[in-house]
Write a protein that binds this ligand. Sequence first.
Ligand code: BG6
Ligand code: MG
Length: 218
Amino acid sequence: MSQLKACLFDLDGVVVDTAQFHYAAWKSLANQLGFDLTPEQNEQLKGVSRMESLDIILEIGNVKLDEGTKQRMAAEKNQHYLELCQQMTPEDVLPGVRDFMDQLVAASIKIGLGSASKNARLILAHINMLDRFATIVDGTRITKGKPDPETFLLGAQDLGVEPTDCVVFEDAVAGIQAAKNGGMVAVGVGDPAVLAGSNLVITGFEDLSLATIQYLFE
Ligand code: BG6
Ligand code: MG
């Protein structure tokens, strides 16, 4: 029988509200190319790697670019994104996240990070949370992005737990699919209408008790 032994957290939009900065930077790139990016279209980009996101955006705008230009645009977007992140402080960790992690530590439940971002360590350092995670799986370690389960399977392996004993917290459709594809319990953080397929959807970590999550294993 499965038992809650580890929690794997996505980073952007789950631990810290960097999802808004990714969106702002992509939107400004789209605007530069002569079209707009709606919040609905942005949902397709969440959890998806930088280059794949650019491909989706170019398809939305029906714009074709050569490989060199794409690399340059992705680098520009990243620079803009990192500039926006400069305004972030440890105060910007999403409400309730630290308290919820304290509950996990008290119950000896392991904590890992599973993010598509190549900036994950940098962001975690910025918000002073690097030492909260027993393992960090980020965009520099994976070969297949979400919805492939590789990110979370690697996390479970690092933590020495079975995938079925893990809960994944995700704000992205692709991330929920990755968790399910890996045989894990998936908790959506955000809008239930968007995150269909989750075992549970929460609006945030504020007042989330460990018992609510443990209940998903009964
Ligand atoms: C994911 C974000 O966490 O990381 C995506 O949801 C982003 O929006 C992806 O594109 C890659 O991030 P980065 O920081 O490597 O460009
Ligand atoms: Mg995310």
